[in-house]
Design a protein around this ligand. Structure first.
Ligand SMILES: Cc1cc2nc3c(=O)[nH]c(=O)nc-3n(C[C@H](O)[C@H](O)[C@H](O)COP(=O)(O)OP(=O)(O)OC[C@H]3O[C@@H](n4cnc5c(N)ncnc54)[C@H](O)[C@@H]3O)c2cc1C
Length: 324
């Protein structure tokens, strides 16, 4: 493919071996490995990564502490060495559908680029879904201002920097006790804030108390702090509980509306069900990263899943079965 924009309206659509929806670590890693297997690849990316709120990413071998933006920039720079990869930024997949066309074409996508008029159509022999997750934080007025700065959602990613401080875990879901036990690995001063939600039963509360973890059931009025650095949780009755950081349990929602026309299997939370190699229940459709079950993970895991899906996709196209 050259540098042309995809055709619009009634012109013949551009054909790719693989369409990748989502240009995060999962999608870009799939693109790199597919390009190296001589596939023509179109990556479309809306440009709203899950970790956009944070300044530093941790735990990615050779890149510990890198800014998320820089990680993406490096990945994209590597892709420019491969002429069969085409990137469309600020572009959304609106609908993906299955087709049964000549030349092995199995998918047709309607895509829309920010600022350009008409939606366009592209077609591909295979597709990889790497769209990550949409996050909805608990409705606490100032929470967004601290998220990614001193409040995080992934203990494996960010607890090291917060260790041995008084920490909060804020959430409204029944998995709070499990998350609390994990976070207690990094601090012996942890308070679980349920914000009035009935999600921790008395047995769980007693178990947490035995580990020195406090459960605070009162509603939260707001958080206090300065320039992204949280200093207290203020409860609805005016009580202030001092903290120096912590974790939030967002609601995670795989934003997969564009797959509405494809009957692909999902788990009870909406994540795409895949086999251990990233194959979904639909032939030719693969998934990698946070969009695939079990959902939220880490950058290096997403990148690894993208690489594995790419390898398996090529094996499937050629018709060989391997250890993957
Ligand atoms: C605050 C925070 C801090 C984090 N810190 C770390 C850390 O330190 N270390 C770590 O390993 N992990 C960290 N993570 C987790 C990490 O961000 C994710 O695991 C990782 O980004 C998942 O990669 P992905 O490629 O699956 O999805 P993403 O990186 O979210 O990329 C998905 C891309 O797909 C695009 N997209 C979505 N829908 C469409 C569509 N319909 N059409 C086109 N494009 C679409 C999105 O805009 C986005 O650009 C953090 C997460 C958060 C929220």
């Amino acid at each position: 493919m050259g540098d042309r924009e995809p055709h619009t309206a009634d012109a013949a659509p551009d054909v790719f071996d693989v369409l990748i929806v989502g240009g995060g670590p999962a999608g870009l890693s799939a693109a790199l490995n597919l390009a190296r297997a001589r596939a023509t690849v179109l990556v479309i990316d809306a440009g709203r990564p899950r970790n956009a709120a944070t300044l530093r990413s941790h735990g990615f071998l050779t890149r510990d502490g890198i800014s998320p933006l820089e990680l993406r920039k490096l990945a994209r720079a590597e892709l420019t060495a491969y002429p069969t990869v085409r990137m469309l930024d600020r572009t959304n997949a609106i609908a993906l559908s299955q087709v049964d066309a000549a030349d092995g074409i199995r998918f047709s996508a309607t895509i829309s680029s920010h600022g350009s008029g008409e939606p366009a159509t592209v077609v591909a022999r295979s597709a990889v879904v790497a769209t990550g997750l949409r996050e909805t934080l608990p409705a606490i007025p100032s929470l967004r201002g601290f998220y990614g700065m001193s409040l995080f959602s992934c203990a494996a990613c960010d607890a090291w920097e917060l260790q041995d401080r008084p920490l909060a875990l804020i959430g409204e879901t029944p998995d709070l006790p499990t998350r609390a036990r994990l976070i207690a690995r990094w601090t012996d001063d942890l308070t679980v804030f349920t914000n009035g939600a009935v999600v921790v039963d008395t047995v769980e509360e007693a178990e947490l108390a035995a580990s020195g973890i406090v459960v605070e059931r009162r509603r939260i009025d707001d958080l206090e702090g300065d320039r992204g650095s949280v200093s207290a949780v203020r409860l609805a009755d005016g009580t202030r509980i001092a903290i120096e950081g912590g974790f939030v349990r967002p609601h995670w929602d795989p934003a997969l509306e564009f797959l509405a026309g494809i009957g692909v299997d999902r788990d009870h939370e909406g994540h795409l069900l895949v086999d251990r190699s990233g194959r979904t229940s639909v032939a030719g459709l693969y998934a990698a990263g946070d969009a695939a079950a079990p959902g939220p993970q880490q950058l290096i895991v997403a990148a690894g899943q993208g690489a594995r899906a790419a390898a398996v996709l090529i094996h499937d196209l050629v018709g060989v079965r391997t250890a993957h």
